[in-house]
Each structure stands twice: as C-alpha cells, then as structure tokens.
Design a protein around this ligand. Structure first.
Ligand SMILES: Cc1cc2nc3c(=O)[nH]c(=O)nc-3n(C[C@H](O)[C@H](O)[C@H](O)COP(=O)(O)OP(=O)(O)OC[C@H]3O[C@@H](n4cnc5c(N)ncnc54)[C@H](O)[C@@H]3O)c2cc1C
Ligand code: FES
Length: 257
C-alpha cells in the first residue's frame, strides 16, 4: 500500500440489528495490505465536528474492506448515515496484528464480547483450513446480536454463545463458557477482544490455568499514530500506546483497570 491516507467509496452500509452496522469500502489497496487485528482510522465528516477520526478494526477483507460497528455516539451516528457512493477519508492499516498461534498449538480459542467480535472474523478467515480447532466464545446482548455466527461457522469455528437475556445460548456472561476451553497449555492459545472487565476475566482464567494468549485493546484515540500518547495504557512494561504498540498485546502484559 503506497499511502497510509486514502479516500475510499462506500459500497454498502447495512443495518444488521439495532445500532449494529456493517460498512463495506471499495478499497483494494487496503484489502491487500491489512493484517488481522489491525485497524483503520476514519474521518466521518469533512468538518471540524467531530474533530477526531474514529478507529475501527477491519472485520473482513475480501473484495471490499469491511468494518462492523455499533452506533453509540456522534461519530458512529454520522457513519451510520453514509450511503453507497459516499467517500470516506481513511488512515490505515494501523497498529500491529494478531500473532500466529505458537508452534504446537492445536486449539485456538477466541473470546469476544459485543462489538469486540469484530477483529475475529478476518482472523478466523486467515486461520481456516490450517489444521487448528477453532473455538469462538461470544458474549452478546440478545439473539439479535448473534446473526454473524454463521460466518464463523463457515470458517469451521465451534461457536458457543452467552446472551444477557438468555435468548440464545447460556444466559449470562461469556465467562460461563470458559469450561469449553481445553486446558492444555502446550496446545491451546487464547485471543480476546471486548470490554475490559471481560478481558480481565480471560486474563485471570488464563493465568490460573497457565494458558498463553493475546488481547486486542481499545482506547479512545486522537492521532492513532503514536504521537499524542492519548491512548496509553498501563502494562507490565510501563505505559504503551494502543494505536502504535498495540492494539494487540500479550494477554498477561496488560493491566486492565
Ligand atoms: C483499535 C480500536 C478498534 C475498534 N474497533 C471497533 C469496531 O470494530 N467496531 C466498533 O463499533 N467500535 C470499535 N472501536 C470503538 C470505536 O472507535 C468507538 O465506538 C467510536 O470511536 C465511538 O465514536 P462516537 O463518536 O460514536 O462516540 P463517542 O462520543 O466518541 O463515544 C461514545 C462513548 O464510547 C466511549 N468510547 C469511545 N471510543 C471508545 C473506545 N475506543 N473504547 C472504549 N470506549 C470508547 C466514549 O468514552 C463514550 O462514553 C474500536 C476502537 C479502537 C481503539
Ligand atoms: S492516539 Fe495518539 S498516541 Fe495513540
């Protein structure tokens, strides 16, 4: 990819369930360059408001580069109003990516909460047919938020769901699904993305059972280029930026607050 900043056209911006959307960009250079776990920084409007771009994981990169997002505030509300043919100013790909599972790994377990499932579809695309047992543990609000599980299943993932209201899967938190994780430190590797309390629970479970893994972190961002230090988080190695040093960190490295 020659430039890190490009303008790409919206191909589709589909509402999938209340507040959740999938936006596809005609972005061949991005599709070619993106690695699972990386993110893009979107200028949602050509005006001073909102001033900062908004970061989103790339959800899938096939013919188009897609993001899967929740409209929760002014930036994502503007994004949800984009139509086919609109142009978006994009910085990316940014940040590091998920590492491949270490040698000897047989089971890859992805633990996702809510919109934290976003980086895992592209990741499972990259791991399918490579001989791993793929497991997705997904904590969602209701059945309506689990529509994308079929894409994971097509990639060969065994999917276990927990919902807040029990409308599908187990009622309660995703931590109730931890019993599905094979407890062999030599052959199981974990990846997690979601709210910090959920990732802290994954971290504690992993530590207790001597399992290794990686966590994809989120912080409010400004520059997304490692310059402003606005997205710093505390790690065992001191403060690190989510945008430049991350968003993917060793699971035991992050101090979740
Ligand atoms: C690396 C990275 C990848 C991301 N990937 C996705 C994705 O794939 N899909 C998606 O829907 N969202 C993702 N996010 C979060 C997304 O960037 C925010 O939801 C978005 O910026 C909110 O903008 P807004 O103007 O709509 O709301 P704002 O008004 O900016 O925020 C609304 C509320 O959300 C909080 N908030 C804003 N940004 C974040 C954040 N990064 N982490 C935690 N809380 C936040 C604010 O403090 C506020 O309470 C990602 C964030 C990062 C850092
Ligand atoms: S957002 Fe500026 S350093 Fe990360």
């Amino acid at each position: 990819m020659e430039k890190i900043q490009n303008k790409f056209r919206v191909v589709a911006n589909e509402k999938l369930c209340p507040r959740f959307y999938r936006l596809s960009l005609d972005a061949k250079s991005l599709v070619k360059a993106i690695k699972p776990g990386q993110f893009i920084h979107i200028r949602v409007k050509d005006s001073l408001e909102p001033f900062f771009r908004r970061p989103f994981s790339v959800y899938r990169a096939n013919k188009t580069a897609d993001i899967f997002y929740e409209a929760i505030g002014p930036g994502t509300k503007i994004l949800s109003e984009k139509k086919k043919g609109d142009e978006l100013d994009i910085l990316g790909p940014l940040g590091n990516s998920f590492s491949l599972p270490p040698k000897g790994t047989k089971t890859v377990v992805m633990v996702a909460g809510g919109i934290g499932v976003a980086p895992f579809l592209i990741f499972s695309d990259s791991l399918k047919n490579k001989g791993y047992d793929l497991i997705l543990l997904y904590g969602a609000r209701t059945k309506g938020h689990t529509f994308n599980m079929k894409d994971f299943k097509k990639n060969g993932c065994k999917v276990y769901v927990a919902t807040d209201d029990g409308s599908v899967g187990v009622k309660g938190r995703v931590s109730q699904l931890f019993s599905k994780i094979p407890l062999d430190p030599k052959t199981t590797f974990l990846y997690t993305c979601g709210p910090n309390p959920m990732m802290a629970a994954v971290q504690a479970f992993a530590k207790e059972n001597n399992l290794a893994g990686q966590a994809s972190c989120e912080e409010v961002m400004a520059c997304a280029l490692g310059a402003c230090l606005g997205c710093s988080i505390e790690t065992t190695g001191g403060y690190k930026t989510v945008c430049y040093d991350g968003p993917v960190f060793d699971l035991q490295e992050v101090k979740f607050h």
